[in-house]
Ligand binder design. Structure first.
Ligand code: DGJ
Length: 731
């Protein structure tokens, strides 16, 4: 049992029995309503601990008058509402017909649900067997308005995660407006640093740790996508915690649109964290209901790596779906950086032929194959092949690639429309826009209005048709701009503020329809690189293009940061040409390959124009990936040394039983007279001996306790970047 209930003290103990416990209590509020508060969230407790836990807040105000609003400043409400004197970030703010917003929730009861219920129209982690999860449904009502709140806490015991979401229903007779409706609320006492992933285009998921502070630390997006700038992930860390030890609470929102995460530390050193969609004023008609996205929470006593390993396994096995969830991912070649828009069938076939010779398994045709798309100014929406470039059509090209033994992949950007396109001529009102306002372009394009059912249906039919006709095996689903003039031609004035979330619901409907119509196709999401890399997307597409920055040195940081929450099998990582197109840096083919091994490996350069030496190295790399991907894509990943703080960065992969370990070391830049550096190998069988691919033997205990000595010496004639992938097999 993951959820135990003590009826006499009205307490709920939620635990996976291994990593975390959360204890909730039904407590009379100052005005004699029953409310639910959190008494404990931390490492797992024995079952009998819940009943004897103290009520935290009563202690704080020994001289406070009962029924005093001051008390609320220290309450750990599970669903804090705005407007009642609790001035910290709220989970729920509801405007009533009289214009005020002072919702008073009364706890009314609970239900215990086996397994994990689905979230209507939204991505979410799932249980395959009923004993993998158990869910607590807590019911609250606001007596004045009839608002009913069902708050769900799901213990995914088999995957060591706790997830949280709400379903809000209007049980009254008048309209209500949800001004804020968050997915999860968590409270922590004492000091907590906040680690998050910020970034920019070509600089995604940089790791930043904000020390403990009083006040509100907030991250979020109002861009219509989870964004390059902030990821819907935070890790709350004890100040002494690091990659390998200490307490960490990881929080990740399963959503791909605008979001908000706020951590507020008040005068009592109590931190409240709320996570959910960006507040947007959503009208709830009588009988109407609103489901929030899900938030996943993970507790680790083994630092950030402990947290990441739980996220990785959960997302690999119980968020990603379809046949590709469990298949090893193919090595691909994508023509984007090799040709950009400048290609025809002959050039594509030349690259593909070399790719096949070198052992590559999948060829991906990127942007530029349709309409008049010879640059990025036109044709999005006109998904008919450009016969000047591809006289035999997509189907003809696909057939030739299949004959070479390659899978065939195709780029699409379904959510967009170019003002210079036939589609725009026919349907100028199909884009998001505000009446009598300019339609601001980004990358020369507008966004299709996915709040509309007719646009969704057109997209499902058109994209499915193109992919079927081309016998496509893989899709790169791109999205290259942010929202502006966020309105829809069909929504009523009061609903316009709902557009961002309605867009996401429409997008999820389209993604569900297209991916289930083509169950054998491998989908990779993309948003100008990694502008929409989140758990919501992974539910539909098990891979994401990590970044448009393919420079191997910068990729160390981007992949390292991304791995905080997301598994290696979700990250696209490509070897590209040098000098690198984003930063101009020249790195060796070996270094580029070793970095790309830390993701789903691909090549993004004109393979037909590489030197014989580089081709030989690529052949070796492809062979190596095929041998090692069962470890890199399925093994346990551990970050060893951060590229953000160290000249030598390192990470490792291990099979579940530690019988094989890959240690990957990267010297970012060389140094004169360098210090001796040992990198400790983690989670290794200390009683065993291991042998590397060169036949050298190592003691597991020495690798763990002393570490692996950095092999990079002082060699003035060498280039800056060097790398080593050591494949250790238990003897
Ligand atoms: C942005 C993507 O991130 C690139 O990889 C490439 O597909 C271009 N779009 C094509 O326009």
């Amino acid at each position: 049992m993951s959820i135990s209930i003590s009826e006499n003290r009205k307490r709920f103990h939620l635990t996976d029995g291994a990593t975390f416990s959360r204890v909730l209590a039904v407590i009379p509020d100052e005005d004699a309503r029953l409310n639910v508060e959190e008494l404990y969230f931390g490492p797992a407790l024995p079952e009998n601990a819940a009943d004897v836990l103290e009520d935290t807040r009563q202690k704080m105000f020994s001289n406070a008058v009962p029924n005093d609003v001051t008390m609320r400043g220290a309450a750990f409400y599970l669903c804090p509402t705005a407007g009642n004197g609790d001035v910290r970030p709220a989970a729920l703010q509801v405007q009533e017909p009289d214009g005020t917003w002072s919702t008073e929730l009364s706890y009314e009861g609970y239900a215990l649900l086996p397994g994990k219920p689905k979230l209507e129209g939204l991505p979410a982690a799932y249980a395959e067997q009923v004993d993998e999860a158990e869910t607590l449904e807590l019911l609250f009502r606001d007596r004045k308005t009839g608002l009913e709140v069902k708050l769900y806490q799901c213990v995914m015991n088999a995957y060591h995660a706790l997830t949280s979401w709400m379903v809000v229903e209007n049980g009254g007779d008048e309209k209500l407006v949800l001004q804020r409706c968050m997915s999860a609320t968590v409270h922590l006492s004492g000091n907590w640093d906040m680690l998050h992933l910020h970034g920019a285009w070509a600089k995604e998921r940089q790791v930043e740790r904000i020390p403990n502070m009083h006040g509100t630390r907030a991250i979020g997006s109002v861009r219509g996508a989870s964004s390059h700038q902030h990821n819907p992930f935070v890790a709350m860390m004890e100040p002494g915690a690091d990659e390998h030890q200490g307490r960490v609470l990881g929080v990740n929102l399963v959503y791909s649109g605008s979001f908000l995460m706020e951590a507020d530390q008040n005068e009592h050193d109590l931190t409240r964290l709320v996570a959910g969609i960006a507040p947007c004023a959503w009208t709830l008609e009588p009988d109407g209901s609103f489901t929030t996205p899900e938030t996943v929470m993970v507790w680790s006593e083994q630092g950030l790596n402990g947290m990441s390993q739980i996220f990785h396994k959960l997302y690999r096995e119980r968020l990603c779906r379809g046949v590709w969830r469990d298949r090893l991912r193919p090595v691909l070649c994508n023509n984007w950086e090799g040709t950009y828009f400048d290609f025809d069938e002959e050039r594509i076939l030349a690259i593909a032929r070399t790719a096949a010779e070198l052992g590559v398994e999948l060829f991906v045709l990127d942007d530029g194959w349709f309409g008049q798309r010879n640059d990025d100014t036109t044709s999005l929406g006109d998904w008919q092949v450009n016969r000047d470039k591809l006289p035999n059509g997509i189907a003809g090209l696909s057939e030739k690639l299949h004959q070479m033994g390659l899978m065939f992949g195709l780029w699409v950007e379904p959510e967009m429309i170019s003002p210079v396109s036939k589609l725009y001529e026919e349907h100028p009102d199909w884009c998001l826009h505000a009446p009598a306002r300019s339609r601001t372009l980004q990358r020369h394009q507008l966004i299709l209005d996915l709040t509309r059912r007719d646009v969704q249906d057109w997209m499902i039919d058109t994209i499915t048709g193109v992919l079927r006709e081309g016998s496509v095996d893989y899709v790169k689903w791109d999205m290259n701009r942010n929202f502006a003039q966020i309105g829809s031609a069909l929504l009523q004035p009061a609903q316009q503020s709902e557009t961002p979330h309605r867009y996401m619901l429409g997008l999820y409907r389209v993604m569900e329809a297209v991916t289930s119509a083509l169950p054998d196709v491998l989908f990779e999401a993309c948003a100008s690189g990694g502008g929409r890399f989140d758990p919501g997307i992974l539910y539909y597409m098990p891979q994401v293009w990590t970044s448009d920055d393919t420079d191997a040195v910068e990729r160390l940081n981007i992949q390292y940061g991304t791995s905080m929450a997301y598994p290696i099998s979700s990250m696209g990582a490509h070897v590209s040409a040098v000098p690198n197109h984003q930063v101009g840096r020249v790195t060796s083919m070996r270094f580029r390959g070793d970095v790309a091994l830390g993701g789903n490996m691909g090549y993004e350069l004109d393979l037909s124009r590489q030197s014989e030496a580089d081709k030989a190295e690529i052949r070796r790399q492809v062979e190596q990936v095929k041998q090692l991907r069962r470890i890199t894509q399925r093994g346990r990943f551990t970050r060893l040394q951060s590229p953000f703080d160290n000249r030598i960065a390192a990470w490792q992969f291990a099979l579940e039983d530690d019988s094989e370990i890959l240690v990957c070391l990267f010297q970012r830049y060389t140094a004169a007279n360098p210090p001796q550096i040992y990198v400790r190998v983690r989670d290794i069988d200390e009683s065993a001996l291991y042998r590397d691919q060169f036949g050298r033997e190592y003691s597991g205990a020495v690798l763990s306790k002393q570490g692996l000595r950095s092999p990079f010496g002082w060699q003035p004639e060498k280039q800056d970047q060097e790398s080593l992938v050591l494949h250790l097999t238990r003897i």
